[in-house]
Write a protein that binds this ligand. Structure first.
Ligand code: SF4
Length: 406
């Protein structure tokens, strides 16, 4: 920030900081990258976007952002099971009718099939285990045949924004703007956000180029905020704005039917019987105490079609230098024990798709263990911890999962 509080650039992280927080022998200071304007396009629940939204109060008068966790595998299937170009989507099973989510299955080239499952992160039951729901999904009779005799090649996970039109924060602030998934431009029923990410970059580029030409810098280019709702992105998101809240309120069977109806009236007549529905709670606030729910029994993995988390994380090629500060910051360990463990039965041990969090007994005490080296950077803990007590910060530069073909 400059003295006037405007953003003037970003600083890359320092390298070679040791676990104790002190510079080690390979210490290299980060670099400052300065510009007349800075566009923040760092994906869902970006760490810089999170700070900017708080600092400039960009979420004021907007609905809270909503999220899902998407878990995905890439398979090499037998040629006889491969139908190039086939796309299959589903919702519901095995989640039940009260929890939002669904699957995607894409037959790519070279006998490759991408399969994944999204669980909406406003689920209430802390015993829900998104990774296991995905594994169970692959066992459905209509799906499992695709993978018979095949080989799993890759694994990954990432949060997805789902709040849509009513949750998009104010995009501009002094010195820059949020774009892409940092702004939350995913169209949920289309399971697609890259089109709007590209369009938001184009809109920002046009407006910033004009501002720079006019000799401006480090001010707020309000034209971006003022125009996106009237353009292609706004039109795309407005039509589908009630699908997610209807799904959350009425469950999968009725909610999706009402959402479909609402999309038709919006598309054909530019009109909705529901107006613009609210999302209400954040995903963290949606979680209910474990005492109100029953544990869910998930089947054991067979190692052929279904797997455990650690063998999955291995396929994500995730890598973190061990001798560095833990990049998952728990603000108050006492609260984690009192609430996350004692009231919510440790949902982090289930919602994390990489098995980073464990509650283990050490010297007669329940202790929160963070296996930070396994983290696949999905950001779910930053979103779903019931007390917002976990803060994801970037680890040392360039580390994390490597998804060469995902
Ligand atoms: S630690 Fe958090 S960000 Fe990392 S994989 Fe687990 S839930 Fe995702």
């Amino acid at each position: 920030y400059n003295d006037a509080g405007a953003v003037i650039g970003v600083a890359t992280g320092d390298m070679g900081i040791e676990k104790n927080g002190e510079p080690g022998p390979n210490y290299t200071r980060g670099m400052e990258l300065l510009g007349k304007y800075t566009l923040i396009g760092e994906g869902v629940r970006g760490s810089l976007a999170k700070q900017l939204i708080a600092k400039f109060d960009l979420q004021r008068d907007r609905e809270p952002q909503k999220f899902g966790i998407g878990i995905k595998e890439l398979w090499q299937v037998k040629p006889e099971h491969h139908r190039p170009g086939l796309v299959q989507h589903s919702f519901g099973w095995p989640l039940g009718m009260k929890t939002g989510g669904g699957s995607f299955l894409y037959h790519l080239e070279d006998n490759l099939v991408a399969v994944g499952f999204v669980v909406h992160l406003n689920y209430k039951n802390p015993y829900l285990y998104p990774f296991e729901e995905f594994q169970r999904f692959k066992t459905h009779p209509a799906i499992r045949g695709t993978f018979e005799g095949g080989k799993r090649l890759s694994y990954g996970a990432r949060a997805i924004t789902e709040g849509g039109y009513q949750s998009v924060p104010k995009l501009t602030f002094p010195g820059g703007a949020l774009i892409g998934c940092s702004a939350g431009l995913v169209n949920v029923p289309r399971i697609k956000g890259s089109h709007n990410a590209v369009l938001s970059g184009m809109l920002a580029a046009e407006k910033l180029a004009a501002a720079i030409e006019a000799g401006r810098s480090h001010d707020e280019v309000a034209e971006i905020e003022n125009e996106w709702r009237k353009g292609d992105i706004g039109r795309d998101l407005k039509r589908v704005r009630n699908v997610k809240p209807l799904w959350s309120k009425f469950g999968t069977a009725l909610g999706v039917a009402l959402g479909g109806f609402d999309m038709w009236t919006n598309t054909l007549f530019g009109f909705s019987f529901f107006g613009t529905l609210k999302h209400g709670k954040t995903d963290a606030q949606s979680l209910e105490p474990a005492s109100q729910h029953k544990p869910i029994a998930y089947p054991k993995p067979d190692g052929v079609l279904t797997f455990d988390r650690l063998s999955s994380v291995f396929l994500s090629n995730t890598n973190h230098e061990e001798d560095q500060p833990v990049h998952l910051k728990v603000k108050d360990m006492g609260l984690q024990k009192r609430s996350e463990h004692d009231i919510y039965a440790g949902p982090s041990t289930r919602y994390c798709p990489a098995g980073v969090y464990e509650w283990v007994e050490k010297d007669g005490q329940d202790t929160f263990v963070i296996n930070a080296q396994n983290c696949v950077h999905c950001k779910t803990c930053d979103i779903k911890d019931p007390n917002q007590n976990i803060n994801w910060v970037p680890p040392q530069g360039g580390e994390g999962p490597v998804y060469p073909n995902m």
